[in-house]
Design a protein around this ligand. Structure first.
Ligand code: AMP
Ligand code: ZN
Length: 468
């Protein structure tokens, strides 16, 4: 697979540090509100990269943090009159619900910044010891010019940066040795969450969080580090400076950045009134539609959100699901079981779509072209797998279609909701089994219903049931 590496600005063949294994870190959201559809882009894109790497046979250790200590969280907590913890816990839970709705798989580990403070204090101490950081009045700064590679990710030049900073004297900045230096630890202000440290009761800077969590869960050197393009500078540049100054090794071999999502060709912002949360979208659309919409563009191209494009994505989802449904019905009702000689060629052509799909994904995760391969397959199946198809052909085609969709996180064949009548028939059967003192069967049915998300309540009026 080739990956466009922001570090070299080239597409490079992906070679993991350890054969067969991938260590991947994706910067996660700051949890002070429901996530917006911009935040959803890296989640969907990099979840898809992970799924594809797994399809290629890699074991992927996927780490994505929640930034749960931050000015915005503290501000939200003060506004509501609750602790910062209440805000971050609430929005982590809500974010996980949105991820599930978008079929974004949970990370192998979702570390929380507030649970990793010890590691951050250790890394900051190490940086001070090595001369890469210094303390002034309880604040610890990273000595930017002590890291010779600074600017290698963003392509920024230290002298240009410094002259840009010259006029920008922010209060409290005077104590820095150099305007380029950035905060690793800052003392608390009244009412803020804080942790004791050798320098002050305070909290970590944002950049050090990711350096520490990446190291703890994935090791000093990792394969892929990813996030939105706004993170290239300063966040990722600073992460590299901290981690490499500490370890002396390359921090991450491949840097992937998604471009931004705009709304009706304008930057999404609350003040422009064009700000949508994933939850807003879920009230109007199946979040699978949002997923198809996100994947219908290359992740490094800006993407414009509009009702028209969402409608097109909705139609695409429909087309895939109709085809999957038809194949499933054909497999269930086929008159012949085994593949017929005349069908060999058709099944081979169906399977050839897998290589075509892989070719597109191998080219820097080109999900837009990979989706086109799925539509080619849908078209091919609609004309070539017909009522006369054997079960083997219908099922084989369905398997290829669902597998390719699954790599993109698209559910081609959603589990059908069991109709009420079916549930009631099972409940009646359970009552009959109980009457006949066949408790084993009665329990079996109860378990079966439970697995289907049906809860039973024995009342005086008889058995009542509800869907979970
Ligand atoms: P934040 O909570 O702002 O740190 O953002 C979490 C992730 O969402 C980061 O990877 C950001 O780069 C990404 N992100 C934020 N806004 C957008 C947007 N409009 N389009 C694409 N990605 C975004
Ligand atoms: Zn980060």
């Amino acid at each position: 697979m080739k990956i466009f590496n922001t570090l070299t600005m080239h597409k490079e063949e992906f070679v993991p540090i350890e054969p067969g294994k991938v260590r991947m870190y994706v910067c996660g959201p700051t949890v002070y509100n429901l996530i917006h559809i911009g935040n959803a882009r890296p989640m969907i894109v990099f979840d898809t990269v992970r799924r594809y790497l797994e399809h290629k046979g890699y074991e992927v250790n996927y780490v994505s943090n929640f930034t749960d200590v931050d000015d915005k969280i503290i501000k939200a907590a003060i506004e509501e009159g609750v602790s910062a913890d209440v805000i971050s816990q609430r929005y982590i839970a809500e974010c996980k619900k949105d991820m599930e709705g978008m079929n974004v798989r949970p990370a192998t580990t979702h570390p929380l910044a507030t649970q990793e403070i010890g590691g951050m204090i250790d890394m900051i101490s190490d940086l001070i010891e090595k001369g890469h950081a210094y303390e002034k009045n309880g604040t610890v700064y990273f000595r930017t010019r002590s890291f010779p590679g600074y600017g290698k990710l963003s392509g920024k030049n230290l002298d240009d940066l410094r002259s840009g900073f010259r006029d920008l004297k922010v209060s409290g900045e005077d104590e820095k040795e150099d305007p380029l230096d950035f905060v690793l630890w800052k003392p608390k202000k009244e009412g803020e969450p804080s942790w004791p440290s050798p320098w002050s009761d305070g909290r970590p800077g944002w950049h050090i969080e990711c350096s520490v969590m990446s190291k703890k869960y994935l090791g000093e050197s990792i394969d892929i580090h990813a996030g939105g393009e706004d993170l290239v500078f300063p966040h990722h540049e600073n992460e590299i400076a901290q981690s490499e100054s500490c370890s002396g090794h390359i921090f991450a071999n491949y840097w992937m950045h998604n471009a931004f999502l705009n709304i009706d060709n304008r930057k999404m912002s609350k003040s422009l009134g064009n700000f949508f949360t994933v939850r807003d979208i879920s009230e109007k659309y199946d979040l699978q539609v949002l997923r198809i919409f996100m994947l219908s563009a290359h992740y490094r191209s800006p993407l414009n959100f509009s009702a028209d494009l969402m409608e097109a994505a909705g139609n695409s989802l429909e087309r895939i699901r109709r085809a999957a449904d038809r194949l499933s019905d054909l497999a269930a009702s086929a008159a012949v079981t085994d593949l017929q000689p005349a069908e060999n060629e058709i099944l081979a052509e169906v399977k050839a779509h897998v290589d075509r799909f892989d070719e597109k994904m191998d080219d820097d995760a080109n999900t837009a072209d990979a989706l086109s391969v799925i539509f080619d397959l849908v078209r091919y199946a609609n004309t070539n797998v017909t009522e006369t198809a054997s079960k083997a052909l219908a099922q084989g085609t369905l398997d290829v279609l669902t597998m390719l969709c699954d790599i993109l996180g698209i559910i081609a064949l959603p589990e059908k909701e069991i109709p009420d009548a079916g549930i009631e028939a099972l409940i009646e059967e359970r009552q009959a089994a109980r009457k006949a003192r066949n408790f084993a069967r009665a329990d079996e049915i109860r378990d079966q219903l439970k697995a289907m998300g049906i809860e039973l309540m024995d009342t005086k009026q008889g058995v009542k049931w509800s869907r979970k």
